[in-house]
Design a protein around this ligand. Structure first.
Ligand SMILES: [Zn+2]
Ligand SMILES: [Zn+2]
Length: 244
């Protein structure tokens, strides 16, 4: 199974990085985790066949994780996609998606697609199967607007990929990522404690409880990007691929 960091940036384009979008693929699975505003250009830049993607998992409704969907859907329509597509995310996703489409491309939410589009609500702690992909959402803590906020524990082909999403430290990250083959964790700041985001030093203090087999840091601010060569942890970069 391959995990590609199509985009690992924050909402401000820190370091010139694309917004959050991870592509997970193998013989039997093909899905995205998040689809930020700049994710369609990033997918095209990295030659990723959008037609092969069966599922998009959305962690929350901030534009750097969600606002790429109207572009992705318009592109699918104009390139005559026929393969069904499932978009799954927190409660409210149907309304949010319609709103985003209408704000960005008026009337686009009413266009009848040539492909089967399903929008699915994921509830915390309820595992859902999408083909060979099992997804368990965990509630995380990321402020008063743009939620609900979900971290994901995703199991496919006997591998576990966990993604913290954007969150301050919360105990739910332990079951979400425990013993995962890959834990993709936000590390917004190095040691500064702020509300709604995770710092590397806070995460580090909890790693003995989480024990991920592999940890890759993402969604880094300029504060973290300036320290990339001396973090002591693997950090994501746009286009980076890991094999699991
Ligand atoms: Zn974000
Ligand atoms: Zn966010």
């Amino acid at each position: 199974m391959q995990v590609r960091f199509v985009g690992c940036g924050d909402a401000f384009g820190s370091g010139g990085r694309f917004n959050t979008c991870f592509h997970v693929s193998s013989e039997n699975v093909n899905f995205l985790i998040d689809c930020g505003a700049s994710s369609l250009p990033a997918l095209k830049q990295q030659d990723i066949a959008r037609d092969d993607i069966d599922l998009v998992l959305i962690t929350h409704f901030h534009g750097d994780h969600f606002a790429g969907l109207p572009f992705l859907l318009l592109d699918a329509q104009f390139t005559r996609r026929t393969r069904p597509l499932v978009i799954a995310g927190p409660d409210g996703i149907e309304t949010r998606l319609t709103q985003a489409m209408e704000v960005m491309f008026e009337h686009s939410s009413k266009t009848e697609q040539r492909f089967d589009l399903s929008v699915v609500v994921l509830k915390p702690d309820e595992t859902r199967a999408f083909g060979a992909v099992n997804v368990t959402p965990f509630p995380v803590v990321h402020g008063a607007s743009g939620g609900p906020f979900l971290a994901y524990r995703i199991e496919a082909e006997g591998r576990v990929v966990a993604y913290s999403a954007d969150t301050e430290w919360t105990e739910t990250l332990i079951p979400a990522a425990r013993d995962a083959d890959l834990f993709i964790a936000e590390a917004y700041y190095y040691d500064r404690i702020v509300k709604n985001h995770l710092s590397l030093k806070t995460l580090e203090a909890h790693l003995p409880e989480i024990k991920p087999k592999r940890l890759i840091l993402t969604h880094m601010s300029d504060d973290m990007l300036a320290r990339l060569d001396r973090l002591g942890y693997m950090a994501a970069s746009d286009g980076m691929v890991v094999e699991l």
